[in-house]
Write a protein that binds this ligand. Structure first.
Ligand SMILES: Cc1cc2nc3c(=O)[nH]c(=O)nc-3n(C[C@H](O)[C@H](O)[C@H](O)COP(=O)(O)O)c2cc1C
Length: 376
């Protein structure tokens, strides 16, 4: 997580600056915080072209690239310091780097109030239509009596304050993740190429994979997958190039009966009902499409207590395998390969039985495994 932290004063010495440097070090394992200054920015003037003010554009660029912004705000005359107000005016006039940006406000003061009135004003300012930032609600970090709570090395000694800061900061990181997930959600419906949480990791009993790896792994499999959920709705398909069954994201969430050609619907519904009831676990179908031998398996997906979760459809063009079999790729004098060859012969015989009818290239439905497919 990359954050920009803005020191809300142009003074050479500032406890708010010390607070931000403390946060930079204290949270270094969970966030990369760049502390930025406003002391070199000119006072805001509507007549000056912002795009020629390189220091402002530099800060605006850093904000745009960051996942969020932290403002450390001193209190001057019950409000925010004028240089900070001026900086926000620059950042909200003709450019909009703060727009929808997650923001955390913190503040330190000599007195006990911890800049509370300035923080209220800063919230109002950042909510203005031109700034339009997303300030973390429900949390504020007010550090009073700063001259006592920081030591000479800039370390915070007040355990209660550290606890409060940790809590606010963790809330802020969660807030950023929620806003980022929200922003991605729209895109993910536009494109099946964007996993919803691209930086998530799933821990399986047999190892862990990043969500992006799962997505690409499923797209790399030499067969295509479709999943119909327990409510008989088309829930997901693998994003494989040149699919035999071309699917559209528009069909996601639709009842499965609306996603198949009318002549196939009764057979599909029968499979789903047999899977749901537990009568079957697997149905095979072989057919020729556009000159290719296509092998499709429907598999009931169940949880560890056998509750039906949905149906997985696996479709593959088996031309390559068929050619390998026909050209004797599995026959050899070598013992182990011979054994494999024998079992291939057996399975070939079984296959011949299994696909009778369906393999006559009429695309008809054949639940060839109905005899031995009970689960358990
Ligand atoms: C012009 C000016 C006005 C101030 N007004 C207030 C105020 O209204 N309330 C307050 O609590 N402190 C006020 N202070 C004190 C600041 O809160 C204090 O200097 C604080 O530490 C500023 O943070 P800094 O060390 O990061 O500059 C004021 C200080 C200055 C210089």
């Amino acid at each position: 997580m990359k954050l920009v932290a803005i020191v809300g004063t142009n003074a050479a010495f500032s406890y708010n600056r010390i607070l931000l440097h403390y946060m930079q070090q204290h949270f270094e394992k969970i966030a990369e915080i760049e502390v930025c200054e406003i002391n070199e920015l000119p006072p805001f003037c509507e007549d000056l072209p912002v795009k020629k003010e390189s220091k402002i554009m530099e800060l605006a660029y850093k904000i745009t690239k960051a996942d969020g912004v932290v403002f450390a705000c001193p209190e001057y005359d019950h409000s925010i310091p004028a240089p900070l107000k001026s900086a926000i005016e620059w950042l909200s006039y003709e450019i909009d780097p703060l727009k929808q940006k997650p923001v955390l406000i913190v503040g330190a003061s000599y007195g006990p109030q911890g800049s509370s009135r300035a923080q209220q004003h800063l919230r109002q300012i950042l909510a203005s239509p031109d700034a339009n930032a997303n300030v973390l609600p429900g949390n504020e970090f007010l550090l009073g009596n700063v001259a006592q709570v920081f030591d000479k090395e800039g370390q915070l000694g007040d355990q209660q304050a550290i606890k409060q800061l940790n809590s606010c900061f963790n809330e802020f990181l969660s807030y950023i993740r929620i806003l980022q997930a929200d922003a991605r959600e729209d895109k993910s419906f536009n494109s099946v190429k964007n996993p919803f949480f691209s930086d998530a990791t799933v821990q399986f009993p047999t190892g862990k994979l990043k969500l992006l790896e799962i997505q690409q792994l499923l797209s790399t499999l030499p067969f295509e997958l479709d999943f119909i959920d327990a409510d008989d709705e088309f829930a997901w398909f693998s994003d494989k190039a040149q699919r035999e069954h071309v699917r559209s994201v528009d069909d996601l969430g639709e009842p499965v009966k609306d996603c198949h050609p009318p002549q196939a619907v009764p057979a599909v519904l029968k499979i789903l009902s047999d899977f749901r009831s537990g009568a079957k676990d697997r149905v095979e179908r072989c057919f020729i499409a556009q000159g290719h031998p296509i092998y499709t398996q429907y598999l009931a997906v169940r949880d560890s207590s056998n509750k039906y979760l949905g149906t997985l459809e696996i479709t593959s063009n088996v031309e390559h395998l068929k050619n390998l079999l026909e050209t004797g790729a599995f026959s050899s004098e070598a013992g182990s390969v011979k054994a494999a060859s024998q079992s291939t012969k057996e399975s070939k015989e079984n296959e011949a039985d299994a696909v009778t009818g369906a393999s006559q290239h009429d695309g008809s439905w054949d639940d060839t495994s109905s005899s031995g497919s009970m689960h358990g």
